[in-house]
Design a protein around this ligand. Structure first.
Ligand SMILES: NC(=O)c1ccc[n+]([C@@H]2O[C@H](COP(=O)([O-])OP(=O)(O)OC[C@H]3O[C@@H](n4cnc5c(N)ncnc54)[C@H](OP(=O)(O)O)[C@@H]3O)[C@@H](O)[C@H]2O)c1
Length: 233
């Protein structure tokens, strides 16, 4: 299951998992504007790719989607919390930041991930090998923080990292792997046109890494290739 899949890295992840014959549950905030995703569904079939509407900021939306999916599958092997927002430009001074951006980034990037994971945990617990991949960012790093930029986005992803590490510790005895993973700097609406990677390059690496995760990885902050230590906490 992947969240935020109508565009960007989420869309490329759906495509890459389908190429490897996974059965994919793709969630989108609005069912409109999903032409690329719809095309993938026409090509692969509704059994292979199921699309659900889910706004990760709304408790009722996440709860309803869980109810629907619970009728369609008895387990989830992998949850990728990909949906994210970056409302600031990144270089605003503290005084120039819109307070709503702080709330929005926390609501989507942090609480959205917490909410989705909490609802879908019962399905993950039914899998013989389950993993949760939380899409983080180098901007989450407190250790390497030296500029006065990205207040809202950075704080929300740092909170996401703490959630990932805490949940990993709790779920270790259940055998569920939880990691924070940075996809690299990717050419999307969020990453902009000058980023290093195409969505396909990033997604291909993330699919391989997700498939190869082991309990040794749980609680780690990984790059897209599954390497720990490239990004500091
Ligand atoms: N691109 C990069 O360089 C980069 C670097 C580091 C980390 N990341 C992380 O990677 C993930 C994907 O980024 P991206 O570059 O693909 O971003 P993107 O192109 O801006 O796409 C963001 C996705 O999240 C969805 N979304 C936003 N708010 C949502 C909500 N309330 N409920 C459900 N879905 C919501 C969007 O749906 P709508 O179309 O409906 O808004 C869209 O599908 C994010 O978590 C981001 O922080 C990206």
């Amino acid at each position: 299951m992947i969240t935020g899949t109508n565009r960007g890295i989420g869309l490329a992840l759906v495509s890459a998992f389908l190429k490897d014959d996974y059965q994919v549950f793709a969630t989108v905030r609005h069912r409109e504007n999903c032409e690329d995703l719809n095309r993938l569904q026409e090509k692969k079939g509704h059994g292979q790719l199921q699309i659900h509407e889910m706004d990760v900021t709304l408790e009722s939306s996440v709860g309803n989607t869980f109810q629907q999916m619970n009728l369609q599958t008895s387990r989830l092997d992998l949850l990728i919390n990909n949906a994210g927002v970056y409302p600031e430009n990144g270089d605003e001074l503290f005084e120039d930041l819109n307070p709503e951006w702080f709330e929005k980034t926390i609501q989507v990037n942090y609480l959205g991930t917490v909410r989705v994971t909490r609802h879908f945990l019962p399905l993950l617990k039914n899998s013989p090998k389950a993993s949760v991949v939380n899409m983080s960012s180098g901007a989450a790093s407190i250790t390497t923080k030296e500029d006065g930029r990205r207040y809202c986005y950075g704080a929300s992803k740092a909170a996401l990292n703490m959630f990932s590490r805490t949940l990993a510790a709790e779920l270790k005895s259940s055998g569920i792997i939880v990691v924070a993973l940075s996809p690299g700097w990717v050419r999307t609406e969020m990453g902009g046109p000058n980023a290093d990677l195409s969505i396909e390059e990033s997604a291909e690496a993330i699919v391989k890494t997700s498939a190869e995760l082991t309990m040794e990885n749980t609680g780690q902050f990984l790059d897209r290739f599954g390497i720990s230590g490239k990004y500091a906490w």
